[in-house]
Ligand binder design. Structure first.
Ligand code: CTP
Length: 404
């Protein structure tokens, strides 16, 4: 395999652990880098030495057994993995991860990874059919986990039915298939930086200036980019939205914080989409104590924040830069002016005073202008559909650039 992929195999405790040994061996033979993590119960069935020998890598079990002081093992492994495989997955582990528990190394690592996760359950037929287990699996499927269905037949417990761990060959086929599909996705290999939501500019310990952005557009962009194969970093202001699956999320509060985080990630990015509603002004002075009311009027002096997008435009090298323009009038004029002034490649403009395309809604209606003169107008559709249109435009634009 030209580009060796990293498989983090999480082995949880059931009789099917013996099959995970064969799975490790076959994955290694097929050119995957395999690292194995085991639960305490899994180690009661097969020793870590078996997996160490078959994977030619150390086996991990204890979150607190930090052998390398320069790193944090469960985070490093979470980042290392191109795919995480849980095989066999017990009802207990499925229940833990569906509910966000992290009381052992596997469940902790699973919360920390943004890699895709494949789950191969193995358990007694009645356990597999239990409504709690089913509900947990359904929840994980919503979060984007993929399942490799257990087989039917005589189970180790003596029952006949569904619950037998899928055969190693079948699991490997699913892993191979995943990488084949991924390599065909339009945004594979690209690092996409997306900003979303409002910023908060502090006045005093209890007050701040903000705006009505919900972050929904930026989160939809992140979700779509991830599903198209990109590595996505979402830099988000305060929102009520959950982290999109498989996306690295960095939460910030102020425009200044957003500036620093964006700049740090700029060089490694291929595409930057600035959908955040960044404050243009911040209080010149931040009071350390709560401002007390008086009978007179109150003036707060504001100073300009740094225009992040403009700075990105100045420092642009290979990146494709996409800005947003939320306007209430003269949309085309202002959008084109932003495209020029901020050295953008694409600008997504919307009239926020039009019904259905303002802040906080689930729909939007936009006009997308490219630096190459291309213009496309959407209908009033969901923000997810808008996100798809934006990536179609980015793909069209970059293709045009490389063909020149
Ligand atoms: N933006 C930014 N940093 C800022 C302000 C805005 O990166 N400090 C980005 C937004 O994320 C968005 C675009 O710039 O992509 C919006 O352009 P901007 O000219 O700032 O629009 P408005 O804030 O609406 O300002 P104006 O009053 O000029 O219309």
């Amino acid at each position: 395999m030209a580009n060796k992929k990293n498989v983090l195999l999480c082995v949880t405790g059931g009789i099917a652990v013996f099959k995970a040994a064969s799975l490790t061996s076959q994955l290694s033979q097929r050119g995957y880098n395999v690292k194995v993590m085991m639960t305490e119960s899994a180690m009661k069935f097969v020793t870590p030495l078996t997996f160490q020998t078959l994977s030619r890598n150390p086996v991990y079990n204890d979150t607190f057994d930090e052998k390398d002081p320069s790193g944090v093992a469960h985070i490093d492994l979470a980042d290392w993995a191109d795919i995480v495989l849980i095989a066999p997955a017990t009802a207990n582990m499925i229940g833990k991860i569906a509910n966000g528990l992290a009381d052992d190394m596997i469940s902790t690592t699973l919360l920390a990874t943004t890699a895709p996760v494949m789950v191969a359950p193995a358990m007694n037929v009645h356990m597999f059919e239990h409504p709690s287990v089913k509900a947990n699996m359904e929840r994980l499927a919503i979060y984007g986990y993929r399942f490799i269905e257990p087989g039917e037949g005589l189970l180790a417990c003596g029952y006949v039915g569904k619950g037998r761990l899928a055969e190693p060959e079948e699991i490997i086929r699913a892993v191979n298939q995943y990488f084949i599909e991924k390599s065909k996705q339009p945004l594979t290999g690209q690092h996409i930086l997306i900003t979303a939501g409002p910023t908060r500019e502090k006045v005093d310990p209890v007050r701040f200036f903000t705006n009505r952005s919900s972050g929904k557009m930026g989160y939809a962009l992140a979700e779509v980019a991830q599903s198209l194969g990109a590595r996505v970093t979402l830099i988000s202001g305060p929102t009520a939205l959950p982290d999109p699956f498989g996306v690295e999320v960095v939460r910030i509060t102020s425009a200044k914080e957003m500036f620093h985080v964006v700049m740090k990630q700029y060089e490694s990015s291929d595409v930057v989409i600035k959908s955040a509603a960044v404050a243009d002004y911040q209080p010149k002075e931040v009071f350390t104590q709560k401002l007390k009311k008086k009978d007179t009027t109150l003036s707060i002096e504001m100073e300009r924040t740094q225009d992040i997008l403009q700075e990105l435009g100045k420092q642009k090298q290979h990146q494709v830069l996409v800005g947003f323009a939320a306007e209430t009038n003269d949309v085309e004029k202002y959008a084109k002016e932003k495209l020029e002034r901020k050295n953008l490649d694409i600008v997504v403009a919307n009239n926020v005073s039009e019904q259905g395309s303002g802040f906080d809604g689930d729909t939007n209606k936009v006009v997308i202008y490219g630096k190459d003169g291309h213009r496309i107008e959407s209908e009033l559709v969901s923000k997810k559909e808008i996100a798809k249109l934006v990536f179609a435009e980015i793909t069209r634009y970059t293709k045009g650039k490389t063909e020149k």
